[in-house]
Design a protein around this ligand. Structure first.
Ligand SMILES: [Zn+2]
Length: 178
């Protein structure tokens, strides 16, 4: 998001040199720059602890395809909390563990998306009013259900690569070192 007017007082901003950052929109009245930024979101792979199944949702206003649970990080909220909160709100599941996978940029909405693996126990999915449907699927079919090269698809792909690496190195996963 770029600022032309001050989001605090409404004054017109003008470019001011801010050190290494170059010219940044500046409010004289508030005495501070307003750096352009991308909204921070989380996107959650909701996968069972045995890595066999995934819960995907449908949201007509986002896509015709199945997608992952996602949502905006609230002001002052840490993204791990957002991930756990969104999984509970959108599909009614408790997250057993939450691990960061990687970050992705979604240009269409100017979103910086932080991807998490949310381990969940299989239970009935209870959707919020924001969600048009949710279903469990075998994890091995999930890549065909997500839009190719979408953020959700890449997040799943990165998770599958991580798991493959772990399975290919059995010594490391048993914690034995000699
Ligand atoms: Zn201002």
């Amino acid at each position: 998001m770029d600022f032309k007017y001050c989001p605090q007082c409404g004054e017109k901003l003008y470019p001011k040199l801010c050190g290494d950052e170059g010219n940044i929109p500046f409010c004289d009245k508030c005495g501070r720059p307003f750096f352009p930024f991308s909204y921070c979101c989380v996107i959650c792979l909701c996968v069972t602890e045995d890595d066999s199944e995934i819960a995907l949702i449908k949201q007509k206003y986002v896509s015709d395809n199945y997608i992952n649970v996602a949502g905006y990080v609230k002001q002052g909220e840490i993204p791990e909390k957002t991930a756990v909160r969104e999984v509970k709100e959108e599909i009614g599941l408790d997250t057993v563990s939450c691990r960061y996978i990687g970050s992705y940029y979604y240009a269409k909405r100017d979103n910086l998306m932080l991807g998490y693996l949310c381990r969940v126990r299989k239970a009935e999915l209870k959707t919020s009013v924001e969600v048009d449907g949710a279903e469990w699927f075998p994890l091995k079919y999930a890549q065909q259900l997500l839009r190719y090269d979408s953020v959700g698809w890449n997040l799943l792909n990165d998770h599958l690569k991580n798991e493959k690496k772990r399975n290919d190195a059995p010594e490391a996963s048993h914690g034995i070192s000699q």
